[in-house]
Design a protein around this ligand. Structure first.
Ligand code: GMT
Length: 378
């Protein structure tokens, strides 16, 4: 099939997922057209089946806010018509679903063709941004106008029904991970640089937004550091980073915490890590946690949103209520003092990640797409 994928090209989970999906579909022989304002960060391979169409937003002195959605819809129309796309798959409702609706109407008027639009909801497009009154009517409308809607977890599906008046079925297709990519041997030299005396390594990766509760990560690490030598890797960047760095200095643990910024080689960093901390206020799924599990890293997280659909209490990791730093610290300390349990849980985390392996999930998307074959279900 010829598939258009619209996503954010940044490090966020929705963009990562959409890009990995497109790459896998291209490997399966589909022609995939990415439509974004920048080359997606994970689009780092050459594949003859992959095309990248950049959305250019011309500026003009009148525009305090350049009309990205208009440029996106126009680029969608161009790509649909000139590359004879079979369907559009948009990731993250805002503004992709409404731009897709606009593109669909234009193509219909021009060619009398009904281009199917599939919208995948990822999380903050529903739980944070989408709910805002400023966006809600357009989000509700464009979700309802999609030909199929998917959510990345059962929790997000329920949240969407609770917050919006959705008249259609939302199908759940869980996020996935390429286990083969993340199940890497640790690079000894790298581990030695980070933890020269064999210290345990804890890690957090996110966009450092409020919802991630990065301050809790540092507090949990400080509690661990009181009981044993340990190091913390903080991967990513965002608005909460300066305050978090400041807290490490206030707590006197700055020498044991490395802020690595945005990183592409997550598999190498995760391979040397023991515990991944994700105390988020909310996660529709928690793709970063799943990638950590594929790299045999035990996850200590909050029990918010869809995290309970991947992390298994006491088996692949531990969970506590949002903000319960004391319990998460206790879990981390007990686990890191017990090498045998740590090893057992690392293996269990890997086994659980395999359930969400790319090989198991891509066929679900292909099955969904096949409902929209032009000649009827194919
Ligand atoms: O977590 C973020 O703030 C980024 C956001 C995104 O849209 O890129 O992530 C959301 O989508 C991911 C991929 O489906 C999920 O794994 C994350 O849990 C979800 N984030 C939230 O729900 C906060």
């Amino acid at each position: 099939m010829r598939i258009g994928i619209v996503c954010y090209p940044t490090f966020g989970g929705s963009g990562v997922l959409a890009t990995e999906l497109g790459k896998a579909l291209a490997d399966e022989g589909h022609q995939v057209h990415f439509i974004t304002y920048q080359q997606p960060v994970r689009l780092n391979v050459f594949n003859a089946n992959i095309f990248y169409h950049e959305v250019r937003v011309p500026t003009y002195p009148l525009f305090d806010y350049p009309p990205y959605e208009v440029a996106l819809a126009s680029t969608m129309v161009d790509v649909i018509m000139n590359h004879d796309l079979d369907l559009l798959h948009v990731h993250y409702a805002i503004p992709h679903a409404s731009a897709a609706y606009m593109a669909k109407q234009i193509v219909k008027q021009k060619t009398n063709r009904n281009i199917p639009v599939i919208t995948t909801l990822h999380g903050t497009d529903i739980t944070l941004v989408g709910k805002d009154k400023t966006y809600e009517p357009v989000v509700t409308f464009s979700i309802n106008e999609s030909d199929a809607i998917t959510a990345v977890s059962n929790n997000l599906r329920e949240e969407t029904y609770k917050s919006f008046h959705i008249q259609k079925e939302i199908e759940v297709i869980h996020n996935f991970v390429d286990v083969g990519r993340f199940d890497k041997k640790p690079i000894d030299a790298f581990r030695k640089v980070i933890a020269p005396n064999g210290e345990k390594i804890l890690i957090h990766a996110s966009n450092f937004r409020k919802v991630k509760r990065v301050i809790d990560v540092v507090k949990i690490f400080a509690a661990v550091r009181k009981e044993m030598p340990a190091k913390l890797l903080m991967v990513g960047d965002g608005p909460e980073r300066p305050g978090t760095e400041e807290l490490t200095r206030e707590l006197g643990i700055e020498d044991d915490v490395r802020f690595l910024g945005k990183q592409e080689q997550m598999e190498d960093i995760l391979a040397v890590s023991d515990v991944f901390i994700l105390p988020s206020e909310y996660e529709s799924f928690g793709l970063a946690a799943l990638e950590a599990m594929a790299a045999r890293t035990v996850v200590i997280s909050s029990n918010a949103g869809g995290l309970t659909e991947i992390n298994i209490q006491g088996e692949t990791g531990f969970m506590a209520d949002v903000g319960d730093v004391a319990t998460m610290s206790k879990f981390a300390n007990n686990l890191l003092k017990d090498d045998q349990q740590l090893e057992t849980m690392k293996k269990a985390a890997y086994v659980q990640a395999c359930r969400f392996d790319i090989k198991n999930i891509i066929p679900l998307y292909e099955k969904l797409y096949s409902r929209f074959c032009r000649m009827g279900p194919c």
